[in-house]
Write a protein that binds this ligand. Structure first.
Ligand code: SAH
Length: 251
């Protein structure tokens, strides 16, 4: 991806409330499944936080000291502005860095949270690298694109084999957790509204203004075409894949 393309993606996604499928109710459900509540002060890292949909909710719901990590400073600036609006800016520190080279100490966190982001380094590499930053008994909550059925239509299979070859069944993802120092505790599937109402439709409503802003350039059109293809595939094949939300305890 070149610089112009990256800046186009930042421009398209920065004003969205989230940069991937998810939802407040689902983040809260994962919190409950991980046994997180206000009874304890928690140190939490939110990795690949984007503009902070989950970071801000966790900061509001829990007694938490949040470290929000993303490699795009534009998203972190936006996160800070939103955190201020919600009155939780003093509970969040942002860190501009890459998820595959985190400067954390061993056992620094009670919780590692990551929604719709670990695919950037790959699920297995991510969960294995992040394990050492958790205290023993600490919780990992991570969402990851997941096949919902063992058999898939060929068109869908070949799309995702190119986009993210690590896409797999929940059983395979849970196996990675088991082999990399975790005890899996819960798994659920993000429902359709997390994709459509919360992510794709708000983006769809911004596409024309986005093209206008960028003079209908070839590169802007390519960004829009790719997003439209992804949305069309989701509408057609949504029974076959979603994000799985995985909750696991560090052994
Ligand atoms: N968790 C947010 C954002 C998900 S989109 C949400 O659910 O809304 C994925 C995020 O990962 C983006 O914000 C992107 O900038 C970030 N990202 C991609 N590669 C990264 C890397 N190598 N290190 C850190 N962040 C990365």
């Amino acid at each position: 991806m070149d610089d112009v393309q990256l800046q186009l993606l930042v421009d398209l996604h920065k004003s969205q409330s989230r940069q991937g499928p998810g939802g407040e109710a689902e983040t809260k459900r994962a919190m409950e499944l991980a046994g997180l509540d206000r009874s304890r002060h928690l140190k939490i890292a939110d990795i690949g936080c984007g503009t902070g949909a989950s970071t801000i909710l966790l900061a509001r719901e829990l007694d938490a000291e949040m470290t929000a990590v993303d490699f795009l400073p534009e998203f972190l600036d936006e996160l800070q502005a939103r955190a201020k609006d919600h009155g939780v800016a003093d509970r969040i520190v942002t860190l501009n860095g890459s998820m595959d080279a985190l400067p954390f100490k061993e056992g620094q966190f009670d919780v590692i949270w990551s929604e719709g982001a670990v695919y950037n380094m790959g699920f297995e590499a991510g969960v294995s690298a992040w394990n050492r930053f958790l205290k023993p008994g600490g919780k990992l909550v991570v969402s990851e694109i997941t096949w919902l059925s063992a058999a898939r239509p060929a068109e869908l299979q070949s799309h995702w084999e190119t986009e993210y070859p690590e896409i797999d069944l929940a059983s395979a993802k849970i196996g990675h957790l088991e082999r990399h120092g975790y005890s899996p505790e819960a798994y659920f599937v993000l429902p359709v509204h997390c994709w459509l109402e919360n992510y794709y439709r708000p983006m769809q409503s911004r596409l024309d203004a986005f093209l206008e802003r960028h003079g209908w350039s070839g590169q802007a059109k390519a960004v829009v075409d790719a997003e439209r293809l992804e949305m069309a595939l989701y509408e057609k094949y949504r029974d076959y894949y979603s994000y799985g939300v995985y909750v696991a305890k560090k052994m």
